[in-house]
Design a binder for this molecule. Structure first.
Ligand code: ADP
Ligand code: MG
Ligand code: ZN
Length: 626
């Protein structure tokens, strides 16, 4: 769009306001006050019939005295009398302030003179003003809101002109300075991005071979896996400008603004090609229309604009569009069509090796005690994302700094992991009764895990409340990254989940509310086993779950066409699985009740115990029973 044109419209508008203000408040009073006479003079002139004609407006009467000269015909603009002679008013024209005079018309009629009213709003400017002026406050509010949103740039008049300018950071695009060496464990994604980098470095070369590059690259993966970082590194490695916008920033916008920003962003980027446009959290605008319950037309406009811009690109024009999302399944299919985001790159949670690399990167500037083994830390943190690990490294450094130590120790890392996992420790003590219940509950989880073959080993049990509201927690560490889980493993997990409740039932003969989250998880597991994985003998290998995209909440939903009898069977099967898991846990704890008491008591005394300590009690029991 032509920028100059946008400017002149605004200048014109401002000029109109200035002219109007001048006319209304300076010229009009001045013009009217010329030749002004008291009302009594007007009446006297009426009496003496020396008046030739009278013009009546809402609050003024202008009249001409008969003295031979023709009354001037002056244009009247907005209630303002502009003299076309540009000279002083002829002496025979007089004006008075119109008083409330019920007899005015009678008087004029009996005086036998020409009179008439003057329509006050009869010009184009007036009409324009009467439309625009009420809008003025709205425009001002609109402007203020945008400024507060941090968008429209500098204040003052200049800010007004940047309406609709995209919020992309730095319109010349950022030179990120991020490199692949700042990213750990993303080898495969890096390999795929290499091609893009080669292209950005020398777009003409690709042109020569007639090779077409993907226009849009979508990075897909869980939060914190470094998608944003990868996009920045792609720009950094290629040494091209990086234009950044976040999908969620469009959602709050007013109608039309989101689309205007997208348009502007692409215009700016095209001028800077080769470059990268990165749309973070693209799901916020690219949500499938099937999916958004509160259909947001602004979101839709923005999405449509984005699609239109992508379609409007010539091939290899040097602009690569990257997007990132952690919910690809909810994206509008239109985004994935050829010529749009036609390439997806999966960014996965890091492997053990990757985790070690990431820890290395984030401890580069941290003084580490010589005994620290980053590989060992990587071993106990499966499932952690890059962001989690960065968080742990930072937290460990903070702890060391707080101790005023000069090196970060393994213990700092242990505490840091715990904090990241469980939230910061809270120091409000529980009453002894509650502590006792919590201790037995957590010990129940831990022991069921210890005694069931194939369950993840317990790393640590704690009855220190967390800021997230848990009264205690049992931390298990998966021994390896898991991709496939067997039926027996699911059953084991359920038994461990219900171990806390089983311990409470066994020791206190009643359950407490503390197990409600455990029940929820166990029930959800059983439900998925039955309707999603076909693991119920009564129902067979049939999927009764609705497609995942249909779930309103996180919970798995049953297909709508499931018959009543089947639904009943499903409920029965879920109940059976959960009950069996609880019975299983109860039996284990009954069998090892002595260990349960020993561990629970130690836990009450120490608040935290680790795997070795629990194992010591387990081994002692083994020795005595043999
Ligand atoms: P995403 O966009 O996938 O949610 P980010 O790129 O925003 O993740 O990552 C957040 C932070 O986590 C990064 O700034 C970085 O410090 C850290 N991080 C994430 N993944 C990695 C990684 N693979 N290597 C190094 N640091 C990472
Ligand atoms: Mg991100
Ligand atoms: Zn529990």
């Amino acid at each position: 769009m032509d920028k100059g044109q946008k400017f002149s419209i605004w200048y014109f508008f401002v000029a109109m306001i200035v002219v109007w203000l001048f006319a209304e408040y300076i010229y009009k009073p001045y013009a009217e006050s010329r030749g002004e006479v008291p009302y009594s003079d007007f009446l006297a002139d009426l009496e003496t019939k020396t008046i030739e004609n009278v013009d009546i407006t809402e609050n003024r009467i202008t009249y001409t005295i008969k003295d031979g000269k023709s009354p001037d015909k002056r244009p009247i603009v907005g209630g303002v009398i502009f003299s076309n002679k540009k000279a002083k008013t002829p002496d025979n024209v007089k004006s008075v302030v119109r008083l409330t005079d019920p007899f005015l018309i009678e008087r004029l009629a009996s005086a036998d003179i020409k009179f008439g009213g003057i329509a006050q709003r009869d010009t184009i400017i007036d009409l324009f003003m009467s439309i625009m002026l009420p809008l003025l406050p709205l425009l001002i509010i609109w402007y203020l809101i945008f400024r507060n949103m941090g968008g429209a740039g500098a204040g003052g008049i200049g800010g007004i002109f940047s309406f609709g300018r995209s919020r992309a950071k730095e319109l010349q695009g950022e030179i990120t300075g991020v490199h692949f060496s700042d990213i750990g464990g993303a080898g495969e994604a890096e390999v795929e991005l290499r091609e893009i980098i080669d292209f950005l470095k020398d777009p003409k070369r690709f042109d020569k071979f007639g090779a077409k590059l993907p226009r849009g690259v979508l990075l897909v993966g869980p939060p914190g896996t470094g998608k944003t970082l990868l996009a920045k590194a792609t720009a950094g490695e290629a040494g091209v400008p990086f234009f950044f916008i976040t999908g969620s920033s469009f959602v709050e916008m007013f109608v039309g603004v989101g689309a205007a920003r997208v348009r502007d962003l692409f215009d700016q980027a095209k001028k800077k090609a080769p470059c990268i446009i990165f749309v973070d959290e693209i799901d916020a605008i690219g949500q499938s229309r099937l999916h958004s319950f509160n259909s947001n037309s602004e979101q839709e406009n923005t999405l449509n604009q984005l699609l239109a811009e992508m379609d409007g690109f010539e091939d290899n024009n040097g602009v690569v569009i990257m997007g990132a999302t952690n919910r690809p399944e909810i994206l509008d299919q239109a985004l994935m069509r050829p010529g749009r985001f036609d390439r997806q790159i999966q960014v996965v949670l890091p492997t053990e090796e990757g985790r070690e690399e990431i820890l290395k990167i984030h401890t580069k500037k941290v003084p580490l005690a010589p005994e620290i083994d980053l590989r060992a830390i990587a071993k106990v943190t499966p499932g952690f994302s890059g962001a989690d690990l960065a968080n742990i490294a930072n937290e460990a450094a903070l702890l060391a700094a707080r101790r005023k130590a000069d090196k970060v120790t393994t213990n700092d890392f242990d505490l840091a992991i715990e904090r990241v996992v469980a939230g910061l420790q809270r120091k409000t003590p529980l009453t002894p009764e509650v502590r006792k219940k919590v201790a037995y509950h957590e010990t129940g989880h831990a022991l069921v895990a210890c005694y069931l073959p194939g369950s993840d080993p317990v790393h640590k049990v704690s009855i220190i409340p967390t800021t997230k509201g848990a009264l205690g927690y049992t931390m298990q560490m998966p021994t390896e990254d898991q991709y496939l889980v067997a039926e027996s493993e699911l059953k084991t997990r359920m038994a461990v989940m219900l171990g806390g409740r089983a311990a409470e039932l066994l020791v206190f003969n009643e359950a407490s509310t503390g197990a409600s989250n455990d029940l929820e998880r166990a029930t959800e597991t059983a439900r998925r086993m039955v309707i999603e994985f076909g693991m119920s003998s009564a129902l067979g290998p049939v999927r009764y779950a609705a497609p995942a995209m249909m779930y309103l909440s996180g919970a798995t939903q049953i297909r709508e066409d499931t018959g009543d009898a089947t639904a009943e069977t499903i409920d029965g099967e879920i109940k059976r699985l959960v009950t069996e898991a609880q019975d299983h846990a109860l039996n284990i704890l009954k069998e090892h009740e002595k260990v349960l008491h020993e561990v629970a008591e130690t836990l009450q005394a120490k608040e935290v115990i680790n795997n070795e300590e629990i194992q010591a009690f387990v081994n002692k029991e083994k020795e005595t029973t043999i």
